[in-house]
Design a protein. Structure first.
Lengths: 112, 111
């Protein structure tokens, strides 16, 4: 069966520090991969999605970036974190476009 | 882009009663409408979805209705139980890779 791993679960970082969140999927090939951010009391905001290795689409212009170095690996990065980057970050995968998204367990990021 | 509005933001119901959550969308090209449930401290999980060529879909105590003309869709939960307490998100997509979510509804089922 398919599983998705996301780490770390929680992260506290100072403003201006770098960020790297990693997500891996097991049990499927060529998944569509997504990064979402969930601010407190708000819905899920799509940040990036990828339909293949090296293919990244950005939905929100900001100081975050994403990379897909391997088929089942998706990385969210930042060179310098801002206070506004705080939130709950969720990785997700799907087989058929956005149908039936499967989410990872999320990373609670606090930028102080 | 697509804009999805969800109401109410909080909903408290007595156990056994029904709960209804409503969403509106802006893009008439949207054709896929899923609902996700997120229990406290857990990941969102798909509970039901509907396509634009269907007006209603049911799965046990959960049903979703879609009105394409009015561009709104609703989630109905009947005979609510304590385990139905969670945050529910509606979403809409025009069939590409972008899924636009509503802000969520926190449902509390009172025993």
């Amino acid at each position: 069966s398919q599983t998705i791993h996301q780490w770390p679960a929680t992260l506290v970082q100072p403003v201006g520090s770098p960020l790297s969140l990693e997500c891996t999927v097991e049990g499927t090939s060529n998944p569509n991969l997504y990064w979402y951010r969930q601010a407190a009391g708000r819905g899920l905001q799509l940040l990036f999605y990828s339909v293949g290795i090296g293919q990244i689409s950005s939905e929100v212009p900001q100081n975050l970036s994403a990379s897909r170095p391997q088929d089942r690996q998706f990385i969210l990065s930042s060179k310098k974190l801002l206070l506004s980057d705080s939130g709950f970050y969720l990785c997700a995968w799907s087989v058929q476009r956005v149908e039936k998204l499967f989410f990872g367990s999320g990373t609670q990021l606090s930028v102080l | 882009g697509e804009n999805v509005e969800q109401h109410p933001s909080t909903l408290s119901v007595q156990e056994g009663d029904s709960a209804v959550i409503k969403c509106t969308y802006s893009d008439s090209a949207s054709n896929y409408f899923p609902w996700y449930k997120q229990e406290l401290g857990k990941r969102p999980q798909l509970i039901i979805d509907i396509r634009s060529n269907v007006g209603e879909k049911k799965d046990q105590r959960i049903a979703v209705t879609l009105n394409k003309t009015a561009k709104h869709f609703s989630l109905h939960i009947t005979e609510t139980q304590p385990e139905d307490s969670a945050v529910y998100f509606c979403a809409a997509s025009s069939g590409d890779y972008k899924l636009s979510f509503g802000a969520g509804t926190t449902v509390t089922v009172r025993a």
